[in-house]
Design a protein around this ligand. Structure first.
Ligand SMILES: NC(=O)c1ccc[n+]([C@@H]2O[C@H](COP(=O)([O-])OP(=O)(O)OC[C@H]3O[C@@H](n4cnc5c(N)ncnc54)[C@H](OP(=O)(O)O)[C@@H]3O)[C@@H](O)[C@H]2O)c1
Length: 240
């Protein structure tokens, strides 16, 4: 074992978290307490610190599309993605913000809410062909809809459909149900995990709440950053 080397220098985060120059890449960004709890009072906001918030916003700026489960949209009261000055030139040549891609089967979403009405780039709804036809009609009136899969959502098909629209640098913000399925399907290329210095116990979800990962890949520690007593771990998939 060896200690992590420490440096007083600040890291250029846009550089440290740059996506590969080509190809589809699926990054997840999650925060968890020391005991693995991915929720505090049914939300994730209380787990992070200012640096975690900054990183969360920067990763949005770096992405071509931000994917999130409807459960998180409802629990966190998601609004649309908004640009921030700290993005600098990271979106040069792209839309001012990445579209939000909401994963839902029930389509029980507030289509009159800001996440749809105030989005700078139309919000995308990701669902399967067996969704309720009336809700599907409502979704189509307020959002772009991608159907991926006949009787169940096929995340592989969905991500390829996003890449075909030019969204190759993908960011998944959870929640655990969506991320659990994506990880189990072997689709994840990178996990950015903020380890928060808290012990929460209880029945909080972990960052994955899905099927057992059938063949766990090996993951490579790409970097470790720290701020206050938080660790910012970036793991990339080492095996295919
Ligand atoms: N620690 C973190 O970093 C972090 C990050 C994000 C969220 N969270 C927390 O996690 C909790 C929410 O997580 P969650 O796992 O319950 O919700 P989630 O993964 O955000 O969303 C679950 C919902 O996504 C839709 N969905 C999932 N799989 C689907 C599929 N195969 N096909 C179609 N739709 C599908 C369904 O929406 P419908 O019900 O509309 O069909 C489902 O109810 C919240 O407490 C949130 O604060 C924590």
């Amino acid at each position: 074992m060896r200690p992590l080397t420490s440096s007083p220098d600040q890291v250029d985060l846009a550089e440290a978290y740059a996506y590969p120059p080509e190809g589809m890449w699926l990054r997840a960004n999650m925060v968890a307490g020391l005991d693995g709890a991915a929720q505090r009072d049914e939300r994730s906001g209380g787990l992070g610190n200012e640096a975690d918030k900054r990183l969360f916003l920067l990763l949005r700026g770096l992405a071509d599309a931000v994917i999130v489960g409807a459960g998180t949209v409802r629990a966190e009261g998601y609004g649309p993605v908004r640009p921030i000055p700290e993005w600098g030139d990271v979106r040069d040549g792209r839309t001012p913000v990445p579209p939000l891609v909401i994963v839902s089967h029930s389509l029980g979403l507030d289509f009159d809410g800001p996440v749809f009405t105030e989005a700078r780039v139309p919000t995308i709804v990701l669902t399967s062909a067996d969704a309720d036809p009336d809700r599907l009609r409502a979704a189509r009136e307020h959002a772009e809809v991608i159907i991926a899969g006949e009787r169940a959502l096929d995340f592989g098909v969905a991500f390829r459909a996003l890449a075909a629209r030019g969204h190759r640098r993908l960011l998944v913000e959870g929640g655990p149900s969506v991320l659990g399925q994506v990880a189990a399907a072997g689709l994840l290329d990178e996990l950015c995990l903020t380890l928060s210095p808290m012990l929460l116990g209880g029945d909080a979800l972990r960052i994955l709440d899905g099927p057992t990962v059938p063949e766990p890949a090996a993951w490579k520690l790409a970097h470790t950053l720290t701020d206050e007593d938080f660790l910012f771990l970036r793991y990339t998939r080492a095996t295919r």
